[in-house]
Design a protein around this ligand. Structure first.
Ligand SMILES: [Cu+2]
Length: 74
């Protein structure tokens, strides 16, 4: 029942709603992620996850594998 961590990643390369929803979909599917939403106009992805179940690097890797780049965190 650990507390979930929320991170807002700065993501570059998104150009439309399709991009942000593909990130939201793929990241929400990962085990340990409670919620994931991306916003292409703001260039961010907000992810709520359990650090005991998933490493932050795995989330970053998933976003990179979709062809976008995580530039940092807000
Ligand atoms: Cu797009």
């Amino acid at each position: 029942m650990g507390k979930n961590t929320k991170i807002i990643f700065k993501v570059s390369g998104m150009s439309c709603n399709g991009c942000s929803s593909s990130i939201g979909r793929a990241v929400s599917r990962l085990d340990g992620v409670e919620e994931a939403q991306a916003d292409f106009s703001k260039g961010i992805a907000e992810v709520k996850f359990n650090e005991k179940e998933i490493a932050k690097e795995k989330i970053v890797e998933t976003i990179h594998n979709l062809g976008f780049k995580v530039e940092g965190e807000l």
